[in-house]
Design a binder for this molecule. Structure first.
Ligand code: ADP
Ligand code: MG
Length: 676
C-alpha cells in the first residue's frame, strides 16, 4: 500500500497493530507524527576511541569485534552474567552483559561492531558493561536516542523512522517561502527532517534543529497573529470620545505618565471599528487597577457595561472595593459576583445586570460560568496573572457583542515573549512605579537569624505598620497545613505574644478568607500569616514587611510577586527571605532577589536560570506545545521568526497567496484543536 504522511503508523513495515499501540502512547499515530518524533539526544559515533585510550569512568564508543564469547556465569537465581572478549586488534577488553541473554546472543564472534557505554574495570583490564551495540556501518554517524516506551526499543524506532523517511523523502513539501529561507540561512525542510534523526555530524544536527525551531516559532507566532486578526471583526461597540476629567478629579493621586499613556491607548482603541484586544503589562504595584477603572468609566460614559474578572475571590472583592471608591462618587454602579454570593442575591444581581442597572460587574469565573446576561457589555477586563486561558477569555467575550478586551498581567516578561504568548493582543506597558515608592530592601538569611527578623518585624508593628509571614504549603497536603497552623500558634504564644495575628490558607472557605483579609486591611490584625494564597495582587498599603519562610521553594518570579505585597505605599518596606538549606543555586537566586527589584529584569534572570517553564508553561496559556524549540534557549531564532511572521502577516493577512499555502495548512492543524 502507498504510504503517505497521514497514513496510520501501523501500516509501516515492522510496526503492525500491536506496536502501533505502543507508539500511540507516545502520541505517535501517523507517519508524520513519527517523523516529528524527534530524538531526545544522540550517541556520537563520529569518532571511536581506541581501547588503549579509553579511560575508566568515561563514556566511549569503541570499534572492534568479539574475539571470544565466554560461558555464562549464573550468580544467583535470576541473575546471569554474560561475558565476552572484545578486541580492536591492538588491545582487548571485557564486555559484561547482565541478564540479557538476548543481547548476548545477538553478538557473534568475528563480526565488526561498535560498543557504546561506560568504561569500567582497572588499569590491567578494562571492561564495558551493558553497552549499546551498533553495526559497524553506524560508525562516523550520530545515532539518535528517542523517547521510547515499553515495547519499543531504540533500534526498532530508529529503523522504523529510517524506513518512514525513505518512503516519503521526496514528498516533503517545503512550507516556508524561499526568500525567507535564504534570508535566514536555513536548510530545506527535507534536509532538516532527515538530519534531525540521522545527522552525519554535530553541525548537520544543529543546522537541522535551527530550521525546525524556526518553523515552530514562525507558525506559532503567525498563528497568534491570525487569531488576533480573526477576533477583529467589526464591533457594534465602537465608542465615542468622552471626558474623563471627573474621574481624574476624584483620584487622591496623580496618575503616572505610563498610566496616562495606557489609558489613552485603550481609549483610542475603543473608538475604532474593530474591538480593542490589548494586554496591560505592569510590574507588581505599578497601578493597573486604576487604569481598569478609568476605562470602565469611559465605557460608563458611553452608557455601556464593563466586566472585570479576577482569578480569586479575595482579589475580586478587593477590586470591587477599589472600583467603588474610584467610581461610585461619579454615579457608576458597581456589582460583585462571585461563587460565594448567595443564590438569592445572585438572582437580584442577574436581574440588575441584564436590566443595565449595574454598570461594572466585578467577579471571578462565576462571571462567565453562570447564566449571566448583560444588557450591553462593551468591555471585558481580565486580571489574570497567567491564570486564564484563551478559551476562558473568549467565553466571557461571548457575553457581549464582540466587546473590547483588556488583559492585565502582573508577570513582567520580555516583549518578544509577551508577543509570542499574547500574540493575539496589542501591548501597553506600565514601566514606572507611582511617585514616592521606595525600593523594598531585601535580605536573605538563614534560620539562625529568625529571632532577629521577628524582632525587626515587631519594631515595624510598634510603629503602626503591618506584616506578612508566608509559609509555602502544598495546599492539598494536610501535613503541611498542620505545620503552618502550629507555626502560627507558636508565634502568637511566644514571639508575637500580645500582637494580633491571623492565618490565611487555601483550605478556608472564600467567605472566611475574605473576612480574614478584611480584618487585616482594617488593621485589626497586625500580622497575616499566610500560605501563598496571598501571592495574587493583594493590596494593603500599610504592610511594610514580608517574611518568607522556606524561600528556597520559590522561583524568582514568584518571590517577586510575594515581595510585591509590600512597598505599595510611601513607607520604606522590607522583604526577608529565610532559608535553612541553601544550595548553591538557591543562594544565587536569593542574591539576585536582593540585588534586583525591577520585575522585567528579574524575569530575564529567571529565564536564564531556570528556563521558561515557570511562567511560560504552555498549558497555562492554552498555546500549542513546542516540540523542539525552547523559548529561553532559542531566543535569537525566536526574535527573527517573529519578525518574519510579522512581515508575512502584513503582506498577506489571510495567508491566501499560493506560496503561503503550506504555512497556512500547518497553522490550521496546530491551532485547530484549541480554537474552534
Ligand atoms: P497592581 O499593578 O499590582 O495591580 P494596584 O493597581 O493594586 O497595582 O496599585 C497598587 C497601589 O498603588 C494601589 O494602592 C493604588 O491605589 C496605588 N496607585 C496606583 N496608581 C498610583 C499613582 N499614580 N500614584 C500613587 N498611587 C497609586
Ligand atoms: Mg493587581
Amino acid at each position: 500500500m502507498d504510504i503517505t504522511l497521514s497514513s496510520d503508523i501501523k501500516y509501516l513495515k515492522g510496526v503492525g497493530p500491536k506496536r502501533a499501540e505502543c507508539y500511540n502512547k507516545l502520541s505517535v499515530n501517523t507517519v508524520k507524527d513519527l517523523i516529528y518524533h524527534f530524538p531526545r539526544g544522540y550517541i556520537d559515533l563520529t569518532s571511536c576511541t581506541p581501547i588503549k585510550d579509553a579511560c575508566v569512568g568515561e563514556i566511549c564508543a569503541v570499534a572492534g569485534r568479539i574475539a571470544k564469547k565466554l560461558p555464562p556465569a549464573r550468580i544467583r537465581k535470576g541473575m546471569t552474567i554474560f561475558k565476552a572478549v572484545f578486541t580492536d586488534d591492538e588491545e582487548d577488553m571485557t564486555v559484561v552483559i547482565y541478564n540479557s541473554e538476548y543481547l548476548f546472543n545477538s553478538l557473534s564472534e568475528g563480526e565488526p561492531i561498535i560498543l557504546y557505554g561506560k568504561i569500567s574495570g582497572n588499569l590491567v583490564r578494562k571492561e564495558i558493561s551493558s553497552p549499546t551495540v551498533f553495526k559497524i556501518d553506524a560508525s562516523k554517524t550520530m545515532q539518535p536516542v528517542y523517547p521510547v516506551t515499553e515495547g519499543l526499543s531504540q533500534t526498532l524506532v530508529r529503523s522504523t523512522v529510517q524506513n518512514a523517511l525513505s518512503l516519503i523523502n521526496d514528498r516533503i513539501y517545503e512550507p516556508v517561502p524561499k526568500d525567507i529561507l535564504k534570508r535566514m540561512g536555513l536548510c530545506s525542510l527535507a534536509y532538516a527532517l532527515y538530519n534531525i534523526h540521522f545527522p552525519p555530524d554535530e553541525y548537520s544536527m544543529r543546522t537541522a534543529k535551527r530550521r525546525l525551531v524556526f518553523d515552530e516559532f514562525l507558525t506559532l507566532g503567525l498563528g497568534m497573529m491570525l487569531l488576533r486578526g480573526r477576533n477583529r471583526e467589526k464591533t457594534p461597540n465602537k465608542l465615542y470620545s468622552a471626558d474623563l476629567k471627573e474621574f481624574y478629579k476624584n483620584l487622591s493621586f496623580e496618575l503616572t505618565a505610563c498610566q496616562k499613556r495606557s489609558i489613552k491607548e485603550c481609549v483610542d482603541d475603543m473608538q475604532k471599528d474593530r474591538p480593542m484586544s490589548r494586554l496591560l503589562q505592569g510590574d507588581v504595584g505599578s497601578g493597573k487597577t486604576v487604569v481598569a477603572a478609568a476605562l470602565a468609566y469611559f465605557v460608563f460614559k458611553n452608557k455601556k457595561q464593563t466586566a472585570l474578572m479576577a482569578p480569586t475571590e479575595i482579589l475580586a472583592s478587593q477590586h470591587y472595593d477599589t472600583l467603588r471608591e474610584f467610581l461610585e462618587p461619579l454615579g457608576v454602579k458597581v456589582g460583585l459576583l462571585t461563587g460565594s454570593v448567595s443564590a438569592k442575591e445572585k438572582k437580584i444581581l442577574y436581574e440588575k445586570i441584564s436590566a443595565g442597572d449595574i454598570d461594572v460587574v466585578v467577579g471571578t469565573q462565576a462571571l462567565y460560568q453562570q447564566s449571566v446576561e448583560f444588557c450591553d457589555l462593551a468591555l471585558v477586563i481580565t486580571d489574570e496573572q497567567h491564570r486564564f486561558g484563551v478559551e476562558q477569555r473568549a467565553s466571557l467575550s461571548k457575553k457581549g457583542e464582540n466587546p473590547h478586551i483588556l488583559v492585565m498581567s502582573a508577570t513582567p516578561i520580555p516583549r518578544t515573549l509577551a508577543l509570542m504568548i499574547y500574540g493575539d493582543l496589542d501591548i501597553s506597558v506600565l514601566n514606572e512605579l507611582p511617585k514616592g515608592r521606595q525600593r523594598t530592601e531585601t535580605y536573605a538569611v538563614t534560620g539562625k537569624l529568625r529571632q532577629r527578623a521577628f524582632g525587626f518585624i515587631k519594631g515595624e508593628l510598634d510603629k503602626g505598620r503591618q506584616a506578612y509571614i508566608v509559609c509555602p504549603v502544598i495546599e492539598d497536603n494536610e501535613q503541611d497545613l498542620k505545620s503552618v497552623k502550629s507555626y502560627a500558634n507558636e508565634l502568637s504564644q511566644n514571639e508575637f505574644f500580645g500582637y494580633s495575628l491571623g492565618l490565611l490558607h487555601g483550605k478556608m472557605k472564600p467567605k472566611e478568607k475574605e473576612e480574614m483579609m478584611l480584618r487585616f486591611k482594617s488593621k485589626e490584625l497586625q500580622v497575616l500569616i499566610s500560605t501563598t494564597v496571598v501571592e495574587v495582587g493583594v493590596d494593603v498599603k500599610n504592610a511594610t514587611v514580608i517574611l518568607i519562610e522556606n524561600s528556597e521553594r520559590f522561583g524568582l518570579s514568584q518571590l517577586h510577586q510575594l515581595r510585591g505585597r509590600v512597598g505599595r505605599g510611601s513607607e520604606k518596606s522590607y522583604c526577608i527571605l529565610v532559608t535553612d538549606s541553601p544550595t548553591e543555586e538557591c543562594k544565587k537566586r536569593l542574591k539576585i532577589m536582593s540585588k534586583i527589584s525591577d520585575g522585567f529584569e528579574l524575569s530575564r534572570e529567571d529565564l536564564k536560570m531556570r528556563g521558561p517553564g515557570d511562567f511560560f508553561g504552555s498549558a497555562q496559556h492554552g498555546l500549542p506545545k513546542l516540540k523542539i524549540a525552547d523559548m529561553s534557549e532559542d531566543m535569537e531564532v525566536l526574535q527573527k521568526a517573529q519578525l518574519e511572521a510579522q512581515m508575512i502577516y502584513e503582506s498577506d493577512p489571510e495567508l491566501s497567496e499560493p506560496h503561503h499555502k503550506g504555512l497556512k495548512a500547518i497553522i490550521k492543524e496546530l491551532f485547530e484543536r484549541r480554537y474552534d
